[in-house]
Design a protein around this ligand. Structure first.
Ligand code: ADP
Ligand code: MG
Length: 392
């Protein structure tokens, strides 16, 4: 397998974007006490930019002259890297900009990508200062590799780029509800899970996807007459939301929209998914979660086989009917990544290239890379190796 490593050529200069509010609010102190001395020792020059509000980093990378820096690092949680990825994709020159090597330095409460990269490097599980030290060391080495991104489109016309996850239901609700416990760091997710278990909710909608296997065998024959998909007609109760993605006449469009990476696997929301897709027959879920890297957090190995650029989203969906105890066992097994070994009949796992989710009601929130997204029909596909990330 071609890894296509790159190496930052010395001397190099890094832009460090830092969210002082992330995690337990220690990011700036961690930079001064831990990161900066290592960069100085390794002769890596840096420019520190401390964000003052949400979207500050996004606006900066949207407009900045990127040639000043050889890499862009984020000392925060996954949320700030999500801003950076989307800011880069919003540039006129996104095709070049998104190839700027990125680096995640874990300083937030959710540091899933950092935990994943630490795992891919063969390091033992680490969190807090130890994980930050490992990731800073990767930055000092300067090796970078390609990483897949997922494009997400919503029925109302939003378009987002995601490097980590898309979720709806239980796991997303834990993420959102536990925001207020950010001060606890990573432990916020354990507390949030126990709390959410008390009021288990059912989420109704239609889930469709293109599995990795099918996509490689039929991709050369679009429209092949596979009858595998027999559920693509709208169901008779008419509940699926069909918000047509047509913009209002004369609605402003981003000037570069036509040149965004093409979603070759997707069709518009007003059309049924292609015939060779799979439509999940069940329509009642506890959680739907697609993760594209191995770890959901320092203590959650959700997709043990995932790689930086394996061309797939690792979809887990949990059907309604699972007991609270069953769910708790799954959650505890996820620490080591053994949740699939439990053979829970309600839990399904599929590696896939594309998906569509059509909720039957537009209440509540979904999450993209841990950040909230209003609930509406969403579809997405993998874009192989679209960005680059500093890794061990
Ligand atoms: P955490 O892992 O603790 O959630 P993140 O880096 O993911 O930390 O950031 C959480 C949210 O804070 C993101 O939505 C991000 O846009 C926002 N944010 C970024 N900078 C600031 C700031 N200076 N003040 C408040 N919020 C910010
Ligand atoms: Mg976050």
């Amino acid at each position: 397998e071609g890894v296509m490593w790159g190496l930052l050529s010395r001397p190099y200069h890094v832009l460090v974007l830092l969210n002082p509010q992330s995690g337990t609010g220690q990011a700036l102190q961690l930079f001064r006490s831990l990161v900066q001395p290592m960069l100085v020792e390794a002769d890596v020059a840096f420019t520190l930019f401390v964000t003052e509000r949400p979207n500050h980093a996004r606006e900066l990378v949207q407009a900045a002259d990127l040639s000043q820096w050889d890499a862009v690092a984020v000392l925060a949680g996954d949320g700030l890297l999500y801003e950076v990825v989307n800011g880069l994709m919003e540039r006129q020159d996104w095709q070049a900009a998104i190839k700027k090597p990125l680096c995640t330095l874990p300083g937030g409460s959710g540091n899933a990508l950092a935990a994943s990269i630490n795992h891919y490097a063969g390091n033992t599980r680490a969190s807090k200062e130890e994980l930050l030290t490992n990731c800073t060391y990767f930055l000092c080495k300067g090796l970078h590799a390609p990483m897949d991104l997922v494009s997400l489109s919503t029925a109302s016309g939003k378009r987002l780029y995601s490097f980590l996850s898309f979720g709806w239901g239980f796991i997303s609700d834990v993420d959102i509800a536990s925001e207020k416990y950010r001060q606890l760091g990573n432990a916020r997710f354990t507390l949030g899970t126990i709390q959410q278990l008390a009021g288990l909710k059912v989420y109704k909608g239609r889930l469709s996807y293109l599995p990795v296997e099918t996509s490689s065998s039929v991709s050369s024959a679009p429209g092949s007459p596979s009858e595998q998909n027999s559920h693509h007609v709208p169901c008779s109760n008419g509940r699926p939301l069909h918000i047509l993605p047509q913009p209002a006449p004369g609605a402003p469009r981003p000037p570069h929209e036509g040149s965004w990476p093409e979603d070759s696997l997707l069709v518009p929301f007003d059309q049924p998914v292609p015939k060779h897709w799979t439509v999940v027959p069940e329509e009642e879920f506890i959680a739907i979660f697609a993760i594209y890297q191995s770890h959901l957090g320092a203590d959650f190995t959700m997709a043990p086989t995932a790689k930086l650029h394996d061309g797939s989203m690792h979809l887990f969906y949990l059907k309604a009917g699972v007991s609270r105890l069953g769910l708790l066992k799954l959650f505890l097994a996820m620490e080591k990544g053994t949740h699939l070994d439990l053979n829970c009949p309600h839990l399904h796992y599929v590696p896939l290239r594309a998906f569509r989710l059509e909720p039957f009601a537009s209440t509540g929130l979904m999450t993209v890379d841990g950040e909230p997204l209003a609930c509406e029909p969403v579809q997405g596909q993998v874009h192989d190796q679209l960005c680059r990330i500093i890794s061990g």
